[in-house]
Design a protein around this ligand. Structure first.
Ligand SMILES: [Zn+2]
Length: 313
């Protein structure tokens, strides 16, 4: 199998064995400024280069993880915030100019769910919820061994479940979404507010260049700074409320939390675990484990490989 992780900055590809070994990795800058056609050409070129290096013939299928809503079969990308000019772009069609192999597509959150269910901490799980906490919040759901795709392949926008009806305005236009509490930008927003007060001394000290980010909050929290811990407590409680909803709806055996913000660890996940009993039925909760992803930066790449297999076995 072949896997491609299309990111806003980097384009990465690898060959993947059935047992989940990534080999013949290659990465190039996405060069998003050159426009979608040029990026499609780069993806096809990279696929063929990796295939040749790994000795894979034209029958080897490929999976491509896209940072936005995409039709799994046609590869039509509705839009993506990280790639300028990608609106209703026919990625599948554009790739056919450079590669003849079968290609399946998925948004990066859905791909990550597939990757976790096949190769990650959820290996073998047939009912799994994956939450990607990063700049935004995405995710994916595996139910009965299959990815929940929805009618247009657009299911799994778990970051936009509403956890507070009167909460902050979200990037999606709604209010009080999980993302407005637990995304990198939301944690940075809360920290910027606190940094302007007397309680924000530790945050200001860590922000040498003045930019208050989630990473600054993590550094201050690691020192036990009460203001930073309070920010993460709030984000974690929102996370616990959302996970409670997913546990009730999907009855998963495993909820996996990944993405850059998940590396905040117990400062974030502790409050989430403590909040969970208030939001999930006891029987479903008892059947669910909550774990951090162990696939790191390669989650979407593994997921793209799992896509190439078409379904979780
Ligand atoms: Zn939203």
């Amino acid at each position: 199998m072949l896997a491609v992780d299309l990111g806003g900055t980097n384009l990465r590809a690898a060959a993947v064995s059935e047992d989940g070994k990534l080999t013949h990795r290659k990465g190039v800058p996405t060069g998003a400024g050159d426009g979608p056609e040029a990026v499609a050409g780069r993806i096809a070129g990279l696929l063929e280069e990796v295939a040749a290096a790994a000795g894979l013939d034209a029958a080897a299928a490929a999976g491509v993880a896209v940072p936005g809503p995409v039709d799994p079969r046609s590869g039509e990308v509705a839009f993506t915030p990280n790639l300028p000019g990608w609106r209703d772009f026919q990625l599948g069609e554009a790739l056919r100019a450079g590669t003849a192999r079968a290609v399946r597509f998925g948004n990066d959150g859905n791909c990550a769910a597939l990757g976790e269910a096949r190769f990650g901490v959820g290996a073998g799980a047939r009912d799994l919820v994956y939450l990607a906490l990063g700049t935004g919040v995405g995710g994916g759901v595996i139910s009965g061994g299959r990815l929940v795709e929805g009618v247009g392949g657009l299911a799994g926008e778990l970051g936009h479940v509403v956890v507070a009806l009167d909460g902050p305005r979200c990037t999606c236009g709604s209010v009080g979404c999980l993302e407005t509490f637990a995304a990198g930008w939301a944690i940075a927003r809360d920290a910027t507010t606190v940094a302007a007060t007397a309680d924000g001394a530790a945050l200001r000290r860590h922000a040498a260049d003045g930019a208050i980010t989630a990473t600054i909050v993590a550094a201050a929290a690691a020192e036990g700074d009460p203001a930073a811990l309070a920010i993460l407590e709030r984000a974690g409680r929102a996370l616990g409320a959302a996970i409670g909803a997913f546990v009730n709806i999907f009855n998963p055996e495993l909820v996996v939390v990944g993405g850059g913000v998940a590396t905040l660890g117990d400062a974030l996940l502790g409050p989430a675990r403590r909040a969970l009993p208030s939001h999930a039925f006891p029987v479903q909760r008892a059947a669910t484990r909550l774990e951090r992803s162990a696939l790191g930066d390669d989650t979407a790449l593994y997921g793209a490989a799992a896509l190439a297999l078409a379904e979780v076995r």
